[in-house]
Design a protein around this ligand. Sequence first.
Ligand SMILES: C[C@](O)(CO)[C@H](O)COP(=O)(O)OP(=O)(O)OC[C@H]1O[C@@H](n2ccc(N)nc2=O)[C@H](O)[C@@H]1O
Ligand SMILES: Nc1ncnc2c1ncn2[C@@H]1O[C@H](COP(=O)(O)OP(=O)(O)OP(=O)(O)O)[C@@H](O)[C@H]1O
Length: 415
Amino acid sequence: MASAIRAGGSVAVFSSEKSILRAPVTRRMGGARLNSSPDKFSFMRHGFQKVPMSRNSGESSFGASRRCSRLSVFCSSSESATNDDKVEVVYDPQGRYNELLSDLRSSGAMPQTNITLFSPSKINVFLRITGKRPDGYHDLASLFHVISLGDIIKFSISPSKTKDSLTTNVIGVPLDEKNLIIKALNLFREKTGSNTYFWIHLDKRVPTGAGLGGGSGNAATALWAANQLTGGLATEKDLQEWSGEIGSDIPFFFSTGAAYCTSRGEVVKNIPSPVPLSTPMVLMKPQEECGTADVYQALRLEDCSTSDPEKLLESIMQDGITQSACINDLEKPAFNVLPSLKQFKERIAAASRGRYQAVFMSGSGSTIVGVGDSQPPEFLYDEEQYSSVFISEAYFLTRRENEWYEQPHSEGLQT
Ligand SMILES: C[C@](O)(CO)[C@H](O)COP(=O)(O)OP(=O)(O)OC[C@H]1O[C@@H](n2ccc(N)nc2=O)[C@H](O)[C@@H]1O
Ligand SMILES: Nc1ncnc2c1ncn2[C@@H]1O[C@H](COP(=O)(O)OP(=O)(O)OP(=O)(O)O)[C@@H](O)[C@H]1O
């Protein structure tokens, strides 16, 4: 059980793990005398707001908040050394600890050494491929939207001056320089001259090879974290520009959540979210993955749609998400790479007519998205062959400028 004591000009917060924080407080107080008789104390309850340090013992207002977070014990004894004597007994140690930590960080007295961030994924509401470029990449025009399915990543500053250390909860994700998180941290050091290395734990929830940009979201989150933990060496714009060097989907995550992206994906234009954020959707991904490079390689430009992407955007901004606007030019090549995916999508669309506003593949697959309902069609539960399908409900997500994406309260349902 953690507790905090404010005494002798410093604040100490203790936990079962040892003393975890000690730092000067702005107003000096006399030593606390815990052995005085109880009638010489007055007990004051306070709400979550900061408690003013009354110079006159017992004069503080009696804040009758039901959300009581701590109990202050004021020493009113004439035996006490000064009239400032005060011991603070904390009922909400974690909340109090966070409050003290935040005060110390903002005062610059204690640099931040770790950060835990939500690393979201994305869907492409439509994805038009408009040409092949001399550098081998393809030009695209796509409405990207961040969604609520995401990983959790903890970053801590490591004492090492030579390497980052990455751990994860899943098998199969590379832990070396092939991992986009390590690539992002190397890029950050190269661009800023920083020599800070990190311990990283990746709690993976977004399936890989899903067309949900899970790895790209991780890379963007790593750049954000490295910048936070090194005191803000770069601007958000810098991070966005640099990130395009290690992946086409990464710059999008520095948008505010909804963007119209062009070129190979790295030209990002923020747009207001075209649909209510609470619009439900369900993500359904068969066990088989689609390799992005393989799908692009299988693409035939002559098979692509001729719809003007700006018109698709306009239509979605006006009328919301409709089946006819959700065109993905990578569906055909993905179905060639993974023939079972075509049947999977067609069965979902047929079984749930009327339930979803639109059913489409995200990115290069293999996730099929149903927008308009958070439930998958029943056959995915009933039939043995679909027992390993990843199913998750999701919502659209945005972020405020200068803040990273926050983990939504409603967690995805996974099988
Ligand atoms: C399918 C999408 O997810 C849609 O958002 C993206 O276009 C893929 O972006 P990404 O995974 O960040 O892809 P990158 O890591 O940059 O590239 C992987 C491979 O995909 C192909 N690629 C990617 C993006 C692009 N605009 N044209 C391409 O042809 C290239 O062969 C490249 O070698
Ligand atoms: N941090 C990471 N998380 C997951 N996979 C990673 C990561 N870094 C590198 N990879 C590699 O990238 C591959 C693709 O993973 P990712 O989750 O980005 O797929 P995706 O959803 O198809 O991405 P995209 O939509 O950008 O094409 C994985 O198979 C894995 O080998």
